[in-house]
Design a protein around this ligand. Structure first.
Ligand SMILES: Nc1nc2c(ncn2[C@@H]2O[C@H](COP(=O)(O)OP(=O)(O)O)[C@@H](O)[C@H]2O)c(=O)[nH]1
Ligand SMILES: [Mg+2]
Ligand SMILES: [Zn+2]
Length: 277
């Protein structure tokens, strides 16, 4: 039988197959081969003995939260409380694109934003769409659900951005705790987080707060450059142009012409300094 691991608590793995679920243990050989099954893994199971026998090759692996075979990383970004930070948003995009996972953005709390902030958001969305990053708002649930059909989706975003609320909006039966309550519960104690996939509306969601402190030092400068889609078809004089101090840089020209967002370019330079450190 083949199934998908949807939950892990220490050495107990919940595997979903068809409409059923069962809790399995990994067979000894995994430990010997230094392979640990993880949430999202497609696995062969022995139903009788409740063992995981084999792990199918992984399409990709996301770390913190640890999930295999991720289709989409959904960044939930609020306009207010916490206020929109484009530097954080672009850093999250770098992190996701670097791991070869499709990023999409869902903006929340539009109701708390001013007219000017909403105008800014519209321009921002147009820009991201132009560089092939899909954007939604939490007022466009139907469209979002349609786009995510059959996908394994990891939710990420600042605490309080509205991740749990978004899932509750998609499926009110989930009844996930939103900020106020979970803060009270977590006060003062270290919370151990386990990873779990929630299936709803034909979407496999992973609502584990992920990569809160993003460290770009793992990337090389070339890898960082690659994650900025809008630089791809710029033909600078030097092939290895970092679009920084070089002469005849097409990226810089396009920034001056407003074809490349200056805000994003400035974030790129900031990240480049972090990478070069
Ligand atoms: N005004 C407003 N509040 C929201 C919206 N989405 C979430 N919230 C509130 O923001 C707080 C944090 O939401 P929560 O879903 O717990 O955020 P999480 O930490 O990302 O899971 C809660 O009090 C929600 O009720 C929204 O679109 N508008
Ligand atoms: Mg939450
Ligand atoms: Zn250049």
């Amino acid at each position: 039988m083949i199934g998908t691991i949807i939950k892990q608590i220490s050495n107990n793995y919940t595997v979903s197959y068809g409409k059923e679920k069962c809790v399995c243990k990994p067979r000894g050989k995994f430990r010997k081969n230094f392979i640990t099954p993880m949430v999202g893994d497609k696995v062969v199971i022995d139903l009788e003995n409740k063992y995981i026998l084999d792990i199918m090759p992984r399409k990709n692996v996301l770390y913190r939260p640890n999930v295999a075979n991720v289709d989409v990383c959904l960044i939930v970004s609020s306009l207010k409380e916490p206020d929109l930070s484009l530097s954080l948003l672009d850093k999250q995009l770098v992190h996701i694109i670097f791991q070869k996972i499709e990023p999409i953005i869902c903006f929340t709390k539009l109701d708390l934003a001013s007219k000017e902030e909403l105008d800014h958001l519209n321009k921002l969305r147009k820009y991201y769409e132009k560089i092939n990053i899909k954007t939604f708002t939490n007022q466009e649930i139907k469209k979002l659900v349609k786009y995510l059909q059959k996908k394994v989706v990891v939710l990420t975003g600042q605490s309080g951005a509205g991740k749990s609320s978004l899932l509750n909006k998609i499926d009110s039966q989930l009844n996930l705790k939103t900020d106020v309550i979970s803060k009270a519960l977590n006060r003062g104690k270290h919370t151990t987080r386990h990873t779990e996939i929630i299936t709803t509306n034909n979407i496999y969601f992973c609502d584990t707060p992920g990569f809160s402190s993003l460290n770009l030092s793992l990337l090389t400068k070339e890898q960082l450059k690659e994650t900025f889609f809008e630089f791809k078809d710029c033909h600078c004089r030097f092939k290895d142009c970092l679009h920084n101090l070089e002469k005849d840089c097409e990226v810089k020209k396009k920034v001056l012409l407003n074809e490349i967002s200056n805000e994003r370019y400035q974030n790129y330079l900031k990240f480049l300094r972090e990478v070069l450190k």
